[in-house]
Design a protein around this ligand. Sequence first.
Ligand code: NAP
Length: 294
Amino acid sequence: MPAELLDGKAIARNIRDEVAAGVAKLAPRGIRPGLAVVLVGDDPASAVYVKAKGKACEEAGMHSVTIRLPVDTSQGELDRQIDSLNADPAIHGILVQMPLPRQIAADSVIRRIKPEKDVDGFHPVNVGKMLIGDSDGFVPCTPAGIQVMLQRSGVRTAGKECVVVGRSNIVGKPMVALMLQNAPDANCTVTVCHSATADMAEHTRRADILIAAAGKTGLIKRDMVKPGAVVIDVGISRVEDASSPSGYKLAGDVAFDEVREVASLITPVPGGVGPMTIAMLLSNTLRAAERGAW
Ligand code: NAP
């Protein structure tokens, strides 16, 4: 029997409704959660993501600011912009859209954002808190969304083998850190694969929960998946598609049609992990505002 679809869209909708309710609750205290998104340059994909984030904020009743800076913005100019947002009491969350132009050091930008406003969860303070299991910090939105999606779909994680393909700071590493915590929605035995892994299939075939975040279309094939596994596809790549008006379609890291035949639950691309990422960004921004420390 083909795997059931793990409907990220529906779960994300619920989270967004919960966030909107949380935003409404803050209104009598005169607090309106505010998210600032900084976009440097004119990368078309980034512009689409930024627009979607702004729209989602407004839908949830949040204050949303998008700061668009030219592609030749200097590090100093961006730093000053971040300092000003750090000091702005109407802004509770700051996100700098990646990738950044070459002249800007992304690491330094991430460190410049106040950890209390780092709703992307990339600041070393938040990364450290996540690793030691301190729930006071912010967790990066995509892995946080995957964990919530598993939890709300009734997937039991404790004692399971979880294999993560990819070790980026944005997805793979935080995913590993989350799933190995001694917590009810984690507690997995975690393996991480990357481009230097000698025999990836040997690892992926052991996975009860397989999370693919390599950015390589169709990397995970049917014979790499254990029957009954839960398969989470994080990858989003554009592939040519003559039948689509845009000339392309979005594809994940999992060969969906064939893997669906063996998995028990699987996320589609699009409509799986993607919507959860934005929902968790809103959720993190609400949390930042609820703290109300500024
Ligand atoms: P990334 O920074 O390029 O990292 C990719 C990781 O995959 C690296 O660790 C790389 O290994 C590993 N990898 C690449 N090819 C591999 C292979 N053939 N076998 C095993 N491992 C391989 O990408 P990312 O930012 O983590 O994103 C990954 C994918 O998720 C992309 O398609 C991205 O668009 C998508 N994404 C989606 C969302 C969402 O909301 N749905 C959010 C973020 C990212 P090395 O470390 O050895 O190079």
